[in-house]
Design a protein around this ligand. Structure first.
Ligand SMILES: *Cc1c(COP(=O)(O)O)cnc(C)c1O
Length: 383
């Protein structure tokens, strides 16, 4: 069958499965060898070369989900991101990055890139013109993250891809927040896609992993560097990730619907001051989000009205967990000012709109009535 014509749920369930020829079992066997025959074989297999059977097969599912030719699976999102940066940037090169990024990515850029003689500019804003203004003669890569964390700002993917092509600069995107179910940046011309598979791809808050998706040529270049850094994922976890990804589309569609309904509910709530969700018509970039996303995703942020304490509210929640990570099947909340953005000063946080009142909400797959009831009782208890 022509796998490229498969629907999204079929890709999640079947693409990249390994047929169990020996026992005819229904699921992919796990091949755990670190040692393979060398004589008379075409492929020299070794786990760190990203080419054991489980790694190679799951990479096919990853590539199919993001409409790319190829993919590599890494031990974490940061292993994927560092391999991406250190493949396409060398001493003397310059990187343009969006002004707010996942905290770990910001730390990597600020703390590690200078050691390699790589310079960088964080843009002033999210408009394509902000990125253009940051370009220098030695810029080799433009990296974006949309929707952004934690305020769900949208960057124009096609505009950035076009900008890169005009200046012969590669473009990459952290597509973790949207997931491949809600956004496929390759269709808008972006060169390389990165995921923290720890989030939606894994989806059960029990796997640390990452991925890069791109053309055969670009993935080939990354592979040459990545095998030297040694950041592949172990085959046991590759297998668990494959198991998780069978339900990826089901989970994300449910999370997206829950998030949209809860955003509308919070938006109307008299004890809520603001809701940041790209699927609300009041979001300043609703039209752009609608253009480049198939769904608006399971992530949002909101602020309680003045006088209601965000931390006390979260402590009163019984069902929704307070949690550092995101995108699991269970709903979680956190205060960015105390977690991802705690290292910034109050002024720096104010400048980018992250107040102490701001709560990031990763919406799970639970019944909406129970999530609403939990929010209601928590608000009542802090009034
Ligand atoms: C979690 C996350 C990362 C880092 O991924 P790890 O798997 O923790 O290394 C990068 N980008 C985004 C948007 C994330 O949420």
């Amino acid at each position: 069958m022509n796998q490229s014509k498969f629907g999204i749920n079929t890709i999640c369930t079947h693409v990249g499965e390994i047929t169990d020829e020996q026992f005819k079992g229904a699921v992919s066997p796990i091949y755990v060898s670190t040692s393979y025959e060398f004589d008379g074989v075409d492929v020299k297999r070794y786990p760190r070369y990203f080419n054991t059977p489980n790694q190679e097969h799951l990479a096919k599912k990853m590539a199919a989900l993001e409409h790319t030719e190829a993919a590599l699976i890494f031990g974490s999102g940061m292993a994927a991101l560092s391999a991406l940066f250190l493949t396409f940037l060398k001493s003397g090169d310059h990187l343009v990055v969006q002004n707010t990024l996942y905290g770990g990515a910001t730390h990597f850029i600020r703390e590690e890139l200078p050691k390699y003689g790589i310079s960088f500019t964080f843009t002033d804003g999210y408009e394509v013109s902000d990125f253009e203004a940051a370009i220098k003669p030695n810029t080799k890569l433009i990296h974006i993250e949309t929707p952004s964390n934690p305020l769900l700002t949208i960057t124009d993917i096609a505009g950035i891809a076009e900008l890169g092509k005009t200046h012969s600069i590669l473009t990459s995107i952290d597509n973790t927040f949207a997931s491949p179910i809600n956004q496929n940046p390759i269709d808008f011309g972006i060169d390389i896609i990165m995921h923290s598979a720890t989030k939606y791809l894994g989806g059960h808050s029990d796997i640390l992993a990452g991925a890069l998706m791109a053309s055969d040529e670009l993935i080939g270049q990354i592979w040459h560097v990545a095998k030297n850094f040694g950041g592949n994922l172990s085959d046991h976890t590759v297998w668990l990730l494959e198991r998780s990804m069978k339900t990826l589309a089901l989970r994300v569609k449910r999370q997206t619907k829950n998030a949209r309904k809860l955003a509308e509910y919070l938006d109307k709530h008299s004890d809520v001051k603001a809701v940041y969700y790209p699927g609300l018509k009041s979001h300043p970039q609703y039209k752009l989000a609608k253009l480049q996303m198939q769904g608006f995703g399971g992530m949002m942020s909101f602020e309680l009205r003045d006088g209601l304490d965000a931390l006390k509210f979260q402590k009163e929640l019984k069902l929704i967990k307070s949690s550092m990570s995101l995108a699991g099947v269970e709903s979680t909340m956190l205060s960015p000012s105390l977690t991802s953005h705690a290292l910034l000063s109050q002024e720096e946080r104010d400048a980018i709109g992250i107040s102490d009142q701001l709560i990031r909400f990763s919406v799970g797959i639970e019944s909406r009535k129970d999530l609403k009831a939990d929010i209601e009782q928590a608000i009542k208890n802090i009034l």
